[in-house]
Design a protein around this ligand. Structure first.
Ligand SMILES: [Zn+2]
Length: 374
């Protein structure tokens, strides 16, 4: 009953359409978190703890991951005879582990995702050779429509402070080309993976350059300019939306109920809905459906997700499904990927069966539709 109310409450306000639109927004693509099985064993040995399923399974998507994902997305057709489409909220850069090592870990150095794939196709060819080519094919085919999830998926202040101290966990990670299982960021207000979280408000100023740089890198990597942003881990303050606006970001994902940080642990609660505009005329999108099939919550994820899609449609809202790459990762354990992909396939099949008039849409396409006023 509580869940039923919640599913419906999320849909009371917002942009309306009689059309049955399904968007699938999936965070974390392009991010190197855990390098490999060997890296995982080495980190275990160094005493780092698995604190979440991300620490256990979240690796840069391999060729096999993409093959299985594409197979699932193209296993269904919508009313326009189009397959399902993922909007991966993706990173443009990662840590340049080799260069940092060469320099004796004196400063943070990023590298473009394409360089990361080049490096990995040499050192871990079985998993990564041909992966980037497949990525580009997915974009061309319209089943992958990546948008901006930040330059790198880490908080630079936290990273630099730990680097200066030669923090044991960080150094173990860097030695093994990973950044995961960090037990403490040193701040209650900042998660170590959250690029745009801050402790003091003026830390927001630095984010302008990271955003500018990150969006330029996005265009280089993915071949077009991003128009849609979802914050990497944790939530950004709207003060940085101007930097995004200047570089062409028109649509921003935001939670339904957002605890907006004002600095030094003070928060303000804000209610959002899809279609709401900010002072810069950027349009907000609120994900109203959750699908995390490898997160063991003792529920049937396919049924639970279908109920949420149904609630969205009942209110004439688009269903904006929220998910994470970790559900579809098989580099550490293929069983994790099998579970996630098979749930995805079943979900997609049930969606097209139940609503043959469904339309799969990329998140930015939905943004464009709302902006067009139709
Ligand atoms: Zn993320």
């Amino acid at each position: 009953m509580k869940q039923f109310l919640l599913n419906n409450l999320k849909n009371v306000f917002g942009w309306k359409a009689k059309r049955k639109i399904v968007v699938i927004s999936v965070d974390d693509y392009g991010n190197v978190r855990l390098a490999s099985k060997n890296a995982k064993q080495a980190l275990d040995k160094a005493g780092l703890k698995v604190l979440s399923r991300f620490d256990a399974y979240d690796t840069l998507e391999t060729k096999g991951d993409l093959e299985m994902l594409y197979e699932a997305l193209t296993s269904v057709r919508d009313r326009n005879n189009k397959p399902a489409v993922f909007t991966p909220f993706a990173l443009s850069c990662n840590i340049n582990f080799e260069k940092m090592r060469e320099e004796g870990y004196t400063r943070y150095i990023p590298e473009l995702l394409t360089d990361t794939y080049n490096r990995l196709s040499l050192s871990d060819g079985n998993s990564y050779e041909g992966a980037w080519k497949l990525w580009k094919e997915g974009i061309k085919e319209g089943i992958m429509a990546p948008q901006f999830h930040g330059r790198e998926h880490l908080n630079l202040k936290v990273f630099e402070e730990k680097l200066k101290l030669k923090d044991k966990e960080l150094m173990a990670c860097l030695e093994h080309n990973s950044y995961t299982s960090i037990s403490n960021s040193g701040y209650k207000t900042i998660s170590y993976t959250a690029a745009f979280e801050f402790d003091e408000f003026n830390e927001n100023e630095r984010f302008g350059q990271i955003i500018e740089n990150g969006l330029d890198a996005f265009e280089k990597v993915y071949g077009y300019k991003s128009t849609h942003f979802n914050s990497p881990g944790g939530r950004e303050h709207p003060v940085i939306h101007k930097y995004l606006r200047e570089k062409g970001i028109k649509y921003i994902d935001t939670p339904w109920i957002k605890k907006e940080h004002l600095g030094k642990g003070k928060y303000k609660t804000i209610i959002n809905y899809t279609g709401k505009k900010n002072h810069l005329n950027q349009i907000y999108l609120v994900r109203n459906v959750v699908f995390e099939p490898t997160h063991n919550r003792g529920i049937n994820w396919v049924n639970y997700t279908l109920q949420q899609v149904e609630a969205a449609f009942l209110w004439n809202r688009p269903a904006i499904i929220s998910s994470h790459r970790v559900n579809f990762c098989g580099h550490i354990d293929p069983k994790n990927r099998e579970a996630g992909i098979s749930a995805l396939k079943t979900l997609l099949k049930k969606i097209v069966q139940k609503w043959p008039e469904v339309e799969f849409m990329a998140a930015n396409e939905l943004g464009e539709l709302m902006a067009s006023g139709k």
